[in-house]
Structure formats: C-alpha cells, structure tokens
Ligand binder design. Structure first.
Ligand SMILES: Nc1ncnc2c1ncn2[C@@H]1O[C@H](COP(=O)(O)OP(=O)(O)OP(=O)(O)O)[C@@H](O)[C@H]1O
Ligand SMILES: [Mg+2]
Length: 474
C-alpha cells in the first residue's frame, strides 16, 4: 500500500498556526542552547584575558544576558512541551473519533472477519503511536538539525582541522547506530508479538474459565500461560543484551571523540595555535553534534511505529461499507408489513457456497410466519436480508412492494423489531438498556410495560416494541 501522505498531513490542518508556533519555539530553544557555549567562550577568552578593570561589569552584563536567554529558552520549552503535546493529543482524538464513527458505518461483512481485540488496539495503541510521531517527529528533527548544523559551523570557525577530525567519527557512529537500530527494531517487534501472545493466552483462558474449572484443568492453563510468559521473557532478555551493546558502544565512541579533542587541543595549546577557551568550547559543543546521532535510533523507531500505526488506521478508513444508502434512497413512512422474497440467492462470500438458492416467499401484512429447519439451514440468514444486514447476491427482497435497497437504512431498520437470541447489555443502567430501542421513551411508559414481563423478556420485548414504532406485523 502506498503511504497516503496527503491524508497523513491533512490532520495538521486545523492546528497549523499553533503547530508552526511550536516549531518556531523549537528553533528558538536550539538557537539559545547554541549561544551559551559562545558566551562562555567570550567570557573566558575576550573578557578575562582582556582589560580586567572593565571585566567585572562585562561579566555582569553577560550574566544578565544569560539569565534573559534562560528565561526565553524555558518559555519556548514550556510552549513546545505543553502545546506540542496538546496538538498531538487533539489530532489523535480527531482520528479516533473519525475511526470510531467510520466503524459504526461498516457492515456485518467487516465484523465477520475482524477480531474486536485487534480493532480495539487500532483505536487505542496505534493512534497513540501516530500522535507521538505527529508532534515529536517534526519538533525533534528541527531541534536536532539546528543544533547539529549550528555546532558544526561554530566549531568550523573556531578550528577547522579539529572540527573535521571530530566529524570523521560521525559516519562511523552513524553506521554503528543504524546497524543496532535494525537489531533493536526487530527485538522490539518480537517483544510486541510475544506480549500479544501472552495477552491472547490470558484472554483465552479467562474467557473460558468456567470450562477450565469444570474440567479441573487449571494446571493445563497455567502450563500454557507459562510457556508464553517464558517466550516473552526470552525475547526481552535478547532486547536488553542488544541495548547494552548499543549504549556502551555509543558511550565508547563519545569517549574516543573526547580523548581526540583533549589530546589534539592540548597539543595545539602547546604549539600556541589554540587556547584553553577553545578547548572548553569544543568540549561543550561536541555534545550538540553527537546528540542527534544518539537520538537516531529513537527517532527512527518513533517514525516507523507512527507510520505503521497510520497505515493500520488508514486500512480501516478506506473500507467502504458494503451495505449503504443509495444516493436517492427514500424514507419509509407508513409501513404495512408486506414482505416478499423473489428468487433470492445469497452467499456470504463469493468463494463460499450459496446459503439461500432461489428462495421465493410472500408474507402478507399481519401474517405470522415461522421458519423451521435444522441448525445451519439459513433461518437467521434469511431474516437478516430484510433489514439489509447483508444484501442479496441475486433476486430481490421487497418491503411493501419496494426493494429494500431503495429505502434509507435508518428508516428501514427503525421499522423492524428484532428479538435476539442473546441479549447484549450495554454499559449503563437497566433503564438505559431498556430505552435503547427508543431513547425518547418516558419512565412511565417503561414502568407500565415492566408490569407485564420478567426482566429478560421485558428488555428484549420493550426494545422491540420501541424499535417497531409504526411497523405493525413485521
Ligand atoms: N457470517 C457468516 N459468514 C459465513 N458463513 C456464515 C455466516 N453466518 C452463517 N454462515 C453460514 O450460513 C449457513 C446458515 O447459517 P444460519 O445462521 O443462517 O443458520 P440457522 O438456520 O439460523 O441456524 P441455527 O438454527 O443454528 O440458528 C451456515 O452454513 C453457516 O455456517
Ligand atoms: Mg439462527
């Protein structure tokens, strides 16, 4: 799948002014950070080695300037931290709401194939990773780019040969970081898969806990769980080993650079081609050049995870509901309840066999019809064609003489009452659940209906009645 870059960037649109301000603040932060070693150099080199009579007032002035810069840096930092994260969270919330709304529109076909656990992780984890990339990505790249280029240029002005010597280490570090980046990414992915396996095992065992207990098979479940848990532990052990190699290797490189600078600078000081202030400045700036490379692993992981998260989000977003309203769909107002199946053929998927084959059926308004047949005969399937949970493969289903595909889904489904085999209770009060079929039903109407049924029958029956509204006889 090509990466939908336009769609990816479109989520920035509502927050563009604030986002650009965050980026500007990131540049300011880095520029101010770069200025500090220069000021230290100015004090040690120009002020303290110049006329000491005026030195004190200059030191105070520079101290004051440093204070002002610190305030600016912290204000910018605060803005980036606060507003940057807020933008990320807002974009994530926009995407989450869009995804959930879209999922509500998708038809039964989609839910037949997707697991709800997987879908939940798309709504929560995946989008979290995307939002991390949305706000940290551009901010980090800009921040480190400014620091790296800034430090390089400043050092080049101070001492070109030494800067080039330090620079020679950088490709080596890059190769080292990229090599370990690959290993670490693989290890992190494996960790994710294995913790997924642990979760799946827990879900499986706990969902079937009654079966487990009735067979007294707790030890079987514990063995299965421990196997997954061990695999996860093993994968984490390998990750930590790679991380230890990586961070220690990087540390060694940084020390090698420091040693090079100290030796090179000291030799140059002896030759009078450099002074102590330059040595200090070099040591202070080296960090600025190395930090972006140190962060490469983190940034590339963040990038990959964000991009994958977005692709998984987009995969669902581009699913079109198989059953949808026609542009000129009509609303069903007065329902008589005449149902007709005309030569209906239906299969769930093109590659599957027909469940219904040439079914014709006519149900008159007010007539009661019972479908009787063995399990798997297609009774539920037949009924689910009337509210268009699925569309026929061939033939027509008519309600009051109108093809159900010409009716608006909302009005069609509002006119049909369904009593499910399994009652699903939504989170909320019993009253909320009863009212699900008709959110406007008054408490009195519900209590009146309650007098005539037990709780289970009542919830289903009442939902049905309120959903039916005008559909007598369906
Ligand atoms: N979502 C689906 N995807 C693919 N095949 C399905 C799906 N739902 C049902 N089937 C298949 O369609 C056939 C008819 O199933 P259906 O549920 O309509 O039978 P039924 O008569 O309602 O059975 P029961 O008496 O057990 O409720 C069965 O072979 C079933 O395996
Ligand atoms: Mg059935």
């Amino acid at each position: 799948m090509d990466f939908p870059i336009k769609k990816f960037l479109s989520y920035y649109k509502p927050y563009l002014p604030v986002f650009l301000s965050v980026l500007t603040c990131a540049v300011i932060m880095s520029a101010v950070a770069l200025a500090f070693p220069l000021l230290v150099r100015y004090i040690t080199k120009d002020v303290l080695e110049g006329d000491l009579a005026t030195a004190l007032s200059e030191v105070y002035w520079i101290g004051g300037l440093m204070l002002v810069l610190t305030v600016i840096q912290h204000l910018a930092n605060y803005f980036v931290d606060y507003k940057g994260h807020e933008i990320g969270a807002r974009m994530e919330s926009d995407m989450r709401s869009e995804l959930f709304t879209h999922m509500q529109k998708l038809s039964f076909h989609f839910y037949d194939k997707e697991k709800s656990g997987q879908l939940m992780s798309r709504i929560t984890n995946d989008l979290l990773l995307v939002s991390e990339l949305y706000h940290h990505g551009p901010e980090d790249y800009i921040k480190y780019l400014v620091r790296f280029i800034g430090a390089f240029v400043i050092l080049l002005f101070i001492n070109a040969p030494l800067t080039i010597a330090v620079f020679c280490f950088l490709p080596l570090i890059c190769v080292f970081v990229l090599y370990f980046n690959k290993i670490l990414n693989k290890a992190l992915l494996r960790n994710k898969e294995r913790i997924g396996d642990v979760n799946a095992q827990v879900e499986d065992s706990l969902a079937g806990i009654r079966v487990v207990k009735s067979f007294a098979n707790e030890h079987v479940e514990v063995t299965k769980f421990n196997r997954e848990n061990e695999r996860f532990l093993d994968s984490r052990r390998q990750t930590y080993r790679a991380e230890a190699y990586f961070s220690n290797g990087l540390e060694t490189f940084i020390q090698l650079i420091t040693i090079t600078v100290v030796i090179f600078c000291s030799a140059s000081i002896v030759n009078h081609s450099l002074d102590l202030a330059d040595l200090i400045t070099f040591l202070l700036y080296i960090g600025f050049m190395i930090e972006p490379i140190q962060q490469l692993t983190h940034m590339s992981t963040q990038f990959q995870e964000g991009i994958t998260g977005f692709q998984r989000f987009y995969e669902i977003m581009r699913h079109k509901p198989k059953v949808d309203n026609k542009p000129d769909a009509v609303d069903l107002n007065e329902v008589r309840g005449e149902i007709e199946f005309v030569d209906v053929v239906f299969r769930y998927e093109d590659h599957l066999e027909n469940v219904l084959d040439g079914i014709s059926l006519h149900v008159k308004p007010g007539e009661y019809v019972a479908l009787i047949g063995p399990s798997g005969a297609g009774k539920t399937t037949l009924c689910s064609l009337i509210p268009r949970f699925y569309d026929v493969t061939d033939g027509d289903v008519l309600l009051d003489g109108i093809d159900v595909r010409d009716l608006s889904l909302q009005s069609l489904r509002n006119s049909i009452g369904i009593v499910q085999q399994d009652v699903y209770l939504f989170t909320g009060t019993v009253m909320d659940n009863i009212r699900y079929g008709n959110p406007e039903a008054s408490d009195e109407a519900i209590i009146e209906a309650a007098k005539h049924a037990n709780a289970h029958e009542f919830i289903m029956a009442y939902r049905t009645v309120t959903a039916q509204r005008s559909a007598s006889g369906v």
